[in-house]
Design a protein around this ligand. Structure first.
Ligand SMILES: [Zn+2]
Ligand SMILES: [Zn+2]
Length: 393
């Protein structure tokens, strides 16, 4: 086993130039969600060159793909997920170029070291993580249901595994009032902006009476057109998060009631536009431990326990269907947050390159463990079923 891991590591070293080329190309050609055509072309052609069967535009998404390699018949099915979308105005501030390159490298290195072992590797190209989410429609299309385990990678300020993530709902409130001259005839107007301000104030009061894991953050996206006109239209967007879906649903309803109350108070009409909703991540500790141990063996730096403070991710949707884990690999100094220029710059630095090589080794070696240790895979699946609240077969 150790010998095979050494062999996986040396295959990754052989692929070093290719992995770095893929990384730097995607870094230098940032594309927004659902427009990642250059990245998809490069990733799918690279995987096809190494014997993977590519299917593009899966789940009806123009820049989603799968690339499958079946080694012998049967065996575990390992899903390796990558993202490649960039941020508007910033480029690769979330380091998704690192995922695309390291996952591709891991998949090829694993494929080249399977020997006679039956196994299937499926690389998933999952677009638009930063915006509308590719994984949710891909999950709804059943694309992950064939997997025994799903793994993914993300850059970070430390090497760790995601212990949890928050469930999230996004919502837009549109209030419609009545325009009037703000000085001459204010009594004839209905201020939609007042309803927005009351909503913000009501949410501040609500904040005191929800669980401490709840996070509610909003912005005003339309506050009227001119100060001498009573605003006839106003709009605000909110993100509402909590540690679990069931509790979040109750908080979301209370936030809606605050907005409904605000509309009633000023006499405005309210329209609620519900946006993206993601569940919290289901945690499988055994899988997390295996992944982190392989990161250590692969030489990843700054290994720490899972972060306490977390956001939300569309990977959580996958973790409700199959056991899943995401490896964070350090490539920026500790404490440097994502969605920053620092992350963009580090994306093709020496540290960035070291991170993708370590990640490729760790992900390939973890997959190899899952394929060759049926007892470990069974433990992981058992823990997953318990986490899901399902009854064991
Ligand atoms: Zn991001
Ligand atoms: Zn990200």
């Amino acid at each position: 086993m150790i010998q095979t891991k050494e062999s996986i590591y040396s295959t990754v070293e052989d692929l070093r130039d290719l992995i770095i080329q893929v990384n730097d190309y995607i870094h230098d050609n940032p594309e927004l969600g659902h427009q990642e055509f250059k990245a998809v072309e490069l990733l799918t052609s690279t995987l096809a060159d190494h014997g993977f069967q590519v299917e593009k535009e899966v789940a009806g998404l123009p820049t989603a793909f799968t690339a499958t390699y079946q080694n012998k018949q049967g065996g575990p099915v390992i899903g390796l997920l990558c993202e490649y979308d960039a941020l508007e105005g910033l480029g690769h501030g979330c380091g998704h170029n690192l995922q695309a390159s390291s996952i591709t490298g891991a998949a090829i290195a694993l494929r080249n070291n399977l020997g006679e072992l039956p196994a299937r590797i499926i690389v998933y190209g999952t677009p638009a993580e930063e915006t509308t989410s590719g994984k949710v429609p891909m999950a709804e299309a059943g694309l992950f249901d064939c997997l025994d385990v799903a793994l993914m990678m993300h850059g970070g300020d430390r090497t760790t595994v995601d212990g949890k993530s928050l469930a999230i709902n996004s919502v837009e409130f549109v209030f419609e009032g009545k325009a009037s001259h703000a000085a001459v005839a204010p009594e004839q107007g209905i201020s939609a902006l007042d309803a927005v301000l009351l909503t913000f104030n009501g949410i501040e009061y609500l904040r005191e009476h929800v669980r401490s894991d709840v996070k509610i953050h909003g912005i005003i996206t339309d506050g009227g057109t001119a100060p001498n006109i009573v605003p006839e239209r106003a709009e605000a967007k909110f993100l509402i998060r909590a540690a679990d879906r069931a509790y979040l649903d109750t908080v979301v309803e209370r936030v809606y009631n605050v907005a409904r109350g605000a509309a009633l108070a000023v006499g405005a009409k309210l329209t609620i536009h519900e946006g993206k909703a993601l569940d919290n991540k289901l945690n499988v500790q055994r899988l997390n431990d295996l992944l982190l141990e392989n990161a250590r063996l692969a030489g990843a730096r700054e290994i720490t326990p899972p972060r306490q403070s977390t956001g939300s991710t569309d990977f959580s949707t996958v973790t409700h269907r199959v056991p899943g884990a995401c490896l964070r690999v350090s490539f920026v100094p500790f404490g440097v947050s994502n969605h920053t220029r620092d992350w963009v710059e580090a994306g093709k630095s020496e540290d960035g390159h070291a991170a993708i090589i370590a990640a490729a080794k760790a992900i390939a070696a973890t997959s190899y463990d899952l394929i060759t240790k049926p007892d470990v895979l069974k433990e992981i699946q058992k823990e997953f079923l318990v986490a899901k609240g399902s009854r064991l077969p």
